[in-house]
Design a protein around this ligand. Sequence first.
Ligand code: SIN
Ligand code: CO
Length: 386
Amino acid sequence: MTKRNRVRKTFAVPELKTLLGGISPRQFFAEYWQKKPLLVRQAVPNLDQVLDGQGLFDLACQEDAESRLVRPVRGNWQRQLGPFEPEQLACLPKKDWSLLVSGVNMLVPEGDALLNAFNFAPYARLDDLMVSFAPPGGGVGPHFDSYDVFLIQGLGRRRWEISGQDDLELVDDCPLRILKRFRVDQSWELEAGDMLYLPPKYAHNGVALTDCMTWSIGFRAPSAQEMATEFLVYMQDSVCMDGLYADPDLGYSRQPGKIPGLMVDRLKDMIRAIRWTDHDMEDFIGRYLSDPKPNVFFEPPARPASFTRFHKLTCERGLSLDARSRMLYLGRIFFVNGERLEAEQEIRPKLRQLADQRQLPPAAFDEVFTSLLYEWYRAGYLQTGR
Ligand code: SIN
Ligand code: CO
């Protein structure tokens, strides 16, 4: 992770009660999740102490950050993708643009902590943290997102207008997904620390009133099309069929260009014989959900500790998953960064603890478990210390 000297270490992730404005996660799921918006005043104070505008500019210039600059140009919207040159960002106008950086949880430790504060929802649903900066008038226009989102005001003030409209028609020929029509139902001014939850497909428009930063906690919801395509790709590697087309009963034809009906029937039978089991589907689901995004690369330690030293370090300091690691489980099967692990019964409780808490306290683990952790340490999936 990048070290930025602009970060002052006074940020502490708020307690769940503060985060959800006094309601319990149970109540949040029952009344708001995927149902209706929720505004929480002062849900996450002090984010301005984690990252300021210059801190976000620095991230937008990094090769490993996914950044974009959005601004209105001659009645249309323009979108430019990063990484940017510092000079490019330094000469932007005083109004009406927005710089957005995705995956900030993988670039800033406090961002990772903030994203994981939302683990009252399963990690399988949590996606990433995006942070934007906009001067007065800046925003990305009226739009909707296909997933649930928590919009947290990190710095300055922004007016959020929202609409429960069903009309989700988008402007044609626009590089951004902008709503053709936007009918405002409700509007609020958010100050630093305030948070707005929106269900999927809820129309919204955020306009900066001062220099402002918004931290968006996004969730993932794969489309049926994506599931189908990805599953078929997975099946391509795991399907194993016997047999070869044969036609001892083939007869003479005067139309050699025609595909014989008999051949079509037999090939259809071959395709119909493709089967998948619950095991295949669950294996696919675990690998798919734990697979990091294509732009994610792990950094193995430059000078890895020896096995003995690693063991000593875990005893003294414990360990934590790298911010890029995705670790999930389904029954007794574990999935780490797209890999499947069928663990021995004795180590399953510890693996579950690691997957749930993303860290393990200092302890003298046995050799089998330490060997597994050591492998992950060498791959860059986890680090010693917490
Ligand atoms: C922003 O940060 O400007 C956009 C966030 C959103 O509307 O989802
Ligand atoms: Co949005």
